[in-house]
Design a protein around this ligand. Structure first.
Ligand SMILES: [Cu+2]
Length: 266
């Protein structure tokens, strides 16, 4: 049912990690290039204008302190405009380029009510609870299908937490009484590369109490058909549903594993 939509739209999606890696690489390459040119040009001038012990040439036009190197439109002015011009072009293009990509990271691919998966993520001391559209809830592990945009509505029941996964490059405040949104998508190619199941570590990024460092979880991406099979098996499931107010100790978060989600291949 959703397959045709995925095939049409899925191919040009980019994961946040991919976008950030590209930005990092472009800035690193440009920084290295510009740095090399500047340092080389400086060293060349240091050598060219070194004090070789001889008398200064008569026609040498040495700058005085406080003088702008305009040279009345002569060669010095050209150099000045060239360096300002090049710097401006580099800086402005980088700002436009990076801002455009960051807008994509914020907004994500076009929303599609039919195929997007909405998950309510609730942080508590100390763990994460996930509620699926069918009402099924799990703790510790979030299971999602590949090639779907997953929208997370992140909130908290007690204190401020911060839901995030470094590998997926997502991070979002979890604040009581408020909901913040973040999206991600895992491609089926990635799932295949990782042996039919892609897993990502989830952590809390806001110091929230004694069990903060144990507030870990996992996002598991499965191929579409396997996920659907699993998801259907959760319908009306009340065994795993739990009341967040019930309070869970640090130990409980660690015990949530694949055992909690039937039908997931080990
Ligand atoms: Cu926390």
């Amino acid at each position: 049912m959703i397959d045709p939509i995925i095939l049409q739209r899925g191919s040009d999606w980019r994961a946040q990690a991919e976008v950030f890696d590209e930005i990092f690489f472009v800035f690193l390459a440009l920084g290295t290039l510009v740095g090399t040119i500047v340092v080389a040009y400086t060293l060349w001038n240091v050598y060219k204008y070194r004090d070789d012990g001889g008398e200064p040439r008569e026609d040498f036009d040495a700058p005085t302190v406080g003088e702008l190197p305009t040279g009345q439109g002569g060669p010095k002015a050209k150099k000045l405009f060239l360096s300002f011009g090049l710097s401006a072009i580099v800086v402005i293009s980088l700002v436009v380029y990076a801002y455009g990509l960051l807008l994509y990271v914020e907004e994500g691919p076009d929303a599609n009510e039919e195929s997007d998966i909405e998950i309510l993520v609730t942080g508590y001391q100390f763990g994460w609870e996930y509620e699926y559209p069918n009402g099924h809830t799990t703790r510790g592990e979030l299971v999602v299908p590949a090639d779907h945009r997953v929208n997370l509505d992140v909130t908290s029941t007690d204190v401020w937490h911060n839901f995030g996964s470094s590998e997926l490059r997502i991070k979002s405040d979890a604040i009581p009484g408020e909901t913040s949104e973040v999206w991600f998508a895992v491609s089926s190619e990635t799932v295949e590369e990782q042996g039919g199941e892609a897993t990502y570590r989830v952590e809390c990024f806001e110091l929230c109490g004694q069990g903060h460092s144990a507030m870990k979880g996992q996002i598991t991406a499965l191929p579409q058909d396997e996920w659907e099979e699993w998801y259907e098996s959760t319908g009306g499931d009340s065994e795993n549903s739990s009341n967040v107010e019930g309070g869970v100790s640090v130990d409980d978060t660690a015990s949530v594993s694949h055992a909690a989600v039937g039908g997931v291949p080990a």
